[in-house]
Design a protein around this ligand. Structure first.
Ligand code: GDP
Ligand code: MG
Length: 166
């Protein structure tokens, strides 16, 4: 079982993305510890290998900047979300990358642009985030919880990276 945490500004779409991903095989919810987690098994394409994920969504603490390191310290993977229609959310995402790097190097960091269905309102160019992700060695996907675009691919990529750890 690998722990995957969502990070990023309030309203970027973390909860929507979590629900989009888990709604079909919804297993478990626990809100008593201040954050909800869901478990989902990803079957890796090509190998049929099963990767069990424990996916943590915040309970909105990021709104008050009160997300404690306890939330992500033991994570195997972080999905740092920014909204492609919000440059400031992209700056926050970069801050999260820096903060995580201070805590641990042993965490797979994924950058996730959200709301790609809102192309007409785009503020963060794909080239910009792609260059940043390459410089930092991060996996990057642009997704939409609304249409489902790239959500499956995002989690396939995460599960694949995790399966390479023991
Ligand atoms: P969180 O605070 O990061 O958990 O964000 P939420 O998941 O609560 O979403 C914040 C707002 O963005 C809500 O009004 C959602 O309906 C909207 N939203 C989330 N994902 C998408 C998306 O992929 N496309 C569009 N158009 N809106 C989205
Ligand atoms: Mg939320």
């Amino acid at each position: 079982m690998y722990k995957v945490v969502f990070l990023g500004d309030s309203l970027v779409g973390k909860t929507s993305l979590t629900l989009r991903f888990v709604q079909e095989v919804f297993r478990d919810v626990d809100t008593t510890v201040g954050a909800a987690f869901f478990t989902k098994t990803v079957v890796l394409e090509g190998s049929d290998k099963e990767v069990k994920l424990e996916i943590w969504d915040t309970a909105g603490q990021e709104r008050y900047r009160s997300l404690t390191p306890m939330y992500y310290r033991s994570a195997d993977c972080a999905i740092i979300c920014y909204d492609i229609t919000s440059q400031s959310s992209f700056s926050s995402a970069q801050q999260w990358v820096r903060e995580l790097r201070l805590v641990t190097e042993d965490i797979i960091v994924t950058l996730c642009g959200t709301k790609v269905d809102l192309e007409e309102d785009r503020e963060v160019e794909f080239e910009e985030s792609k260059r940043y992700a390459e410089d930092e060695g991060l996996i990057l996907f642009e997704t939409s919880a609304k249409t489902g675009e790239n959500v499956y691919k995002l989690f396939q990529a995460i599960a694949f990276e995790l399966s390479k750890k023991e």
